[in-house]
Design a protein around this ligand. Structure first.
Ligand SMILES: NC(=O)c1ccc[n+]([C@@H]2O[C@H](COP(=O)([O-])OP(=O)(O)OC[C@H]3O[C@@H](n4cnc5c(N)ncnc54)[C@H](OP(=O)(O)O)[C@@H]3O)[C@@H](O)[C@H]2O)c1
Length: 261
């Protein structure tokens, strides 16, 4: 086990599957203690059990529930302090969902849940994390002693308009703006706010979004191998392990053969 994140305590939302699960596993392997969040409590509990068994210590725990619920958000920070005795200093804002289609073709019945999860949930957690991190660095003198990171999972379709998922992409355009806005707000206090923009990652995302499976297979055959959740997890671990004065603030990760978006 490489231990470059020892002394770091992370919160990872959307950690019962896909990118979030891989991020939680990688951060724990790299030495961090981790609070996992998602709605499926049984799955979360199994992931936590498997991480702890792999590391041989209680390095992870969970706070289950909707990532946009303020009580659940509070419980993530409380779990970090009560289980690990430390304030979270690496918050990965990952929970989210896709939605097939454009303004005209996507299912409008799903807009509200998508916007609540992808935008409201992300914004609330970013604010809660920033408030706590700012309170923990009362002056700007000692920020280099202790890196603090808020890492937000955006998307390549939050930078390029993609007609096949423009409704979903709009939520990612919105959090790209929030992420850069928050970065400018807290950078002088030594807090890094980072945007990760994945392109195609194979996960439960494609089914949840409602993409046609034959279409997905066609795209993956054409541009594959596509990214695995572990590829994004490795990127986040690399970003967070930089010295406090180094900030990789915006990282777009594509499968090599994906030309666009
Ligand atoms: N896969 C891609 O191609 C891709 C590309 C770019 C960006 N992204 C972004 O990457 C992030 C993770 O996606 P993924 O590919 O890992 O998808 P995934 O495999 O479907 O995982 C999504 C995770 O989010 C959780 N989640 C969903 N709604 C939630 C809510 N309201 N509260 C708490 N947790 C919630 C899910 O768990 P529960 O169901 O247990 O709650 C699950 O753990 C998302 O923000 C997505 O937009 C994905």
């Amino acid at each position: 086990m490489s231990a470059h994140l020892t002394k770091r305590t992370a919160i990872v939302t959307g950690a019962s599957a896909g990118i979030g699960e891989a991020v939680a596993r990688t951060l724990a392997t790299d030495g961090a203690t981790v609070v996992l969040n998602a709605r499926r409590e049984t799955t979360l509990s199994e992931v936590v059990g498997s991480i702890n068994a792999q590391i041989g210590q209680e390095v992870s725990t969970y706070a289950a529930g909707d990532c946009a619920d303020l009580v659940v958000i509070e419980s993530m920070f409380t779990a970090a302090e009560s289980t690990f005795g430390r304030q979270a200093d690496l918050v990965v804002v990952n929970a989210g969902r896709g939605l097939d289609g454009s303004v005209l073709t996507s299912d409008p019945e799903q807009w509200e849940e998508m916007i609540r999860t992808n935008l409201l949930g992300a914004a609330r957690l970013m604010r809660a994390a920033a408030e706590r991190m700012l309170a923990a660095v009362p002056d700007s003198e000692h920020w280099q002693d202790h890196p603090r990171d808020i890492v937000v999972i955006g998307s390549v379709v939050g930078r390029n308009v993609s007609p096949f998922s423009s409704a979903y992409g709009a939520t990612k355009f919105a959090i790209h703006g929030l992420t850069e806005g928050l970065r400018r707000e807290v950078a002088s206090r030594g807090i890094r706010v980072t945007l990760i923009e994945p392109a195609f990652v194979e996960s439960e995302f494609q089914d949840v979004a409602g993409y046609d499976r034959d279409w997905v297979k066609g795209v993956f055959d054409k541009i594959g191998p596509v990214l695995a959740p572990a590829d994004i997890a490795r990127t986040i671990s690399f970003v967070a392990s930089q010295p406090a004065h180094v900030h990789l603030s915006d990282v777009l990760v594509r499968p090599t053969r994906q030309e666009y978006p």
